[in-house]
Design a protein around this ligand. Structure first.
Ligand code: ATP
Ligand code: MG
Length: 282
């Protein structure tokens, strides 16, 4: 069925990105909470229609590691895109509580499995792997969103924006990332799994996990993701069969507990921040 604006009741804003705003909405006919992303594009209707058609492939992107797509439509010059609401939000907002090694392994497993599914089953390369595009819920699930599916959409966005730089692979920054078909190679997504800064990506040594807090196995796994030469970077298959992620298969890591702790920490931090801005007498 096709979703339209009349069926939606707008709720709180969940966040803003470079291209638009994401709001929580209630889909009244089904009583399902959704996240609606609004992308403003100054395009004629034919182009907007082409984008909506291209987004349709998202209906096939059904996997436990991928945020579910419900539908898209456009009104005037805005594309609206409805997807599964993830009630713990994105990883960037949860990581300040600290990420213990077993939680890191579970998040890494989900991400690699999601990326591998997109590549193997749908021939999609994500192109924008970063913490704001890794979403979690209170059930402890971890899912990817915002992968590049629409050539038309990408083209329109590329005119006004460039991707988040800190997570880009060195060959993308240097402009070597395209193979002779003009498409990104899959190893660029593996790099984005872990963070770094722009110049450091090209000129410096790859970042490492801190020695005090993570095992040799975890540190080795991360280093395999961050090999500067894309040819030497580990493949998804290699990453999944590495001891760091093999151990995760039998791990009974308490993701629900960690998500709860991270949300509590976030709530406390925001109360403290509000108090700090109030006059002394309050
Ligand atoms: P960029 O525009 O560079 O992709 P971004 O990923 O932060 O950056 P959006 O995708 O527009 O931008 O998302 C904005 C914020 O909304 C995200 O950071 C995330 O915290 C929140 N968000 C997005 N989708 C959902 C969702 N399905 N459920 C819950 N929160 C979401
Ligand atoms: Mg996003």
């Amino acid at each position: 069925f096709a979703i339209n604006m009349d069926q939606l009741q707008l709720d709180e804003e969940l966040g803003k990105g470079n291209y638009g705003t994401v709001k929580k909405v209630l889909h009244k006919p089904t009583n399902v909470a959704m996240a609606m992303k609004e992308i403003r594009l100054e395009l004629e209707d034919a182009k907007l229609n082409a984008i909506i058609m291209e987004l349709d492939v998202l209906h096939r992107a059904v996997a436990p590691e991928i945020v579910e797509f419900y539908g898209a439509f456009f009104i005037e010059s805005c594309v609206y895109y409805c997807r599964e609401y993830m009630d713990a939000g994105s990883l960037d907002k949860l990581q300040p509580v600290g990420v213990p090694e077993d939680v890191l392994a579970r998040i890494a497993t989900r991400m690699v499995k999601g990326l591998k599914f997109l590549k193997d089953d749908l021939n999609i390369i994500h192109r924008d792997v970063k913490p704001t595009n890794v979403l979690l819920n209170r059930k402890g699930e971890v899912k990817l969103c915002d992968f590049g599916i629409s050539g038309e959409l990408d083209k329109s966005l590329a005119k006004t924006n460039i991707g988040c730089q800190s997570y880009m692979a060195p060959e993308r920054i240097k402009g070597e990332s395209q193979n002779n078909l003009g498409t990104y190679t899959v190893s660029s997504d593996t790099y984005s799994n872990v963070f770094a800064q722009l110049t450091a990506i090209v000129h410096g040594d790859p970042p490492e996990l801190p020695e005090e807090r993570y095992s040799e196995t975890a540190r080795d796994w991360v280093s395999l993701c961050l090999r500067k030469d894309p040819e030497k970077r580990a493949t998804y298959r290699e990453l999944l069969s590495h001891p760091f992620l093999v151990k995760d298969r039998d791990s009974d890591v308490d993701m629900v507990g960690w998500v709860q702790k991270a949300l509590d920490y976030k709530a406390t931090a925001s109360i403290l921040a509000t108090k700090a801005h109030l006059p002394q007498s309050v």
